[in-house]
Design a protein around this ligand. Sequence first.
Ligand code: PLP
Length: 360
Amino acid sequence: MLGLPEQFLFSSGIGNGGGVIQESASGSCILMLVAAKRRALDKLRQTDKDLDPYDVSSKFVALMSDQAHSSIERSGFVAGIRTHILPTDETGSLRAQALLDGIAKVKSLRRIPIFLGVTLGSTTTLAFDALAELAPICHDEGIWVHVDAAIAGSAFLCPEFRYLMAGIELADSFNCGPHKTMLVTMSCSVLWVKDRTTVESSLAIDPPYLDYHLEKPHVDYRHWSFNLTRPLRSLKLWFVIRLFGVQGLQDHIRKQSRLVKEFAHLVSTDARFELCAEAIYSHACFRLKNSDNETNRHLLNQINMTRKVVLTGSVFKGKYILRFAVSSPFTESKHVEFAWKIITEAANELKGADTDGLKD
Ligand SMILES: *Cc1c(COP(=O)(O)O)cnc(C)c1O
């Protein structure tokens, strides 16, 4: 459905791929960092059988961009791996040169880069890292590429969005969140990996009370997450797919994208506002032009205090921005127009009450 390369599937017959439904993108990322650590240790063990994994892993570094979700940095805390943040270009996208500079910097400190978190659809502005540029570099360096597409991954149901995941065939893992943008209730986050042996061996411990015999080949999901007890998440995902059908889900995604663009168009017609990123899917980012962060933050509060719409805020390249998202299948153009009316009214009142921030 998503157009992922065959290597990620159990059934592909090529390689060693597979997938699992996890509770969250955060959990998926932590798990992938642990797997990356395992792969790096295994590689080093080939030349030094007696290495102390705790000593060596103090040299490991996980890379991510300044637009990566906080959960990627947190994965470093949990896995005990140092993190290194790479700068993005003016659109929020991580490009090859920043990665090359980052790798060189890490190596100059006698550390070993083992993991790159690639964001396809950032939380703040839905920026896409240049996976096609980054993945070959990581491939050559033996760096695990984990693709975090928590929000935007569902859009890959529609072929016209798939150019945004060019280079995916060189990634090691891919995660997206049907509980975010594919109408599935929480929690349901889908994770695919190319090398499930590494994932399983990074967590496998076989205590005697779990010594049961399964017919081979089988997939033992107890080695695919930190929990042994797993809720049945597959059924609700299956029901959503059955209810809407692939085409129905594609229609939903295209409608979300269309409504977000309609909103962005409304913003562009009002000279007081500016768009802060290209609106392609899920959410549009905007702010009051020539106004400071406090004023924009205040506007967001005023809008939300009406209790008629809810917007969220964030900071992009030092500027406070407002984020307008569409996620319900029941949202129509008239609701977008209604929301815009609330927003402009709040901006009008702001001008009356507090003109400071809106001058010039
Ligand atoms: C929301 C988000 C996450 C975290 O998702 P959870 O499933 O809530 O853990 C990770 N990455 C991105 C890009 C997100 O937008």
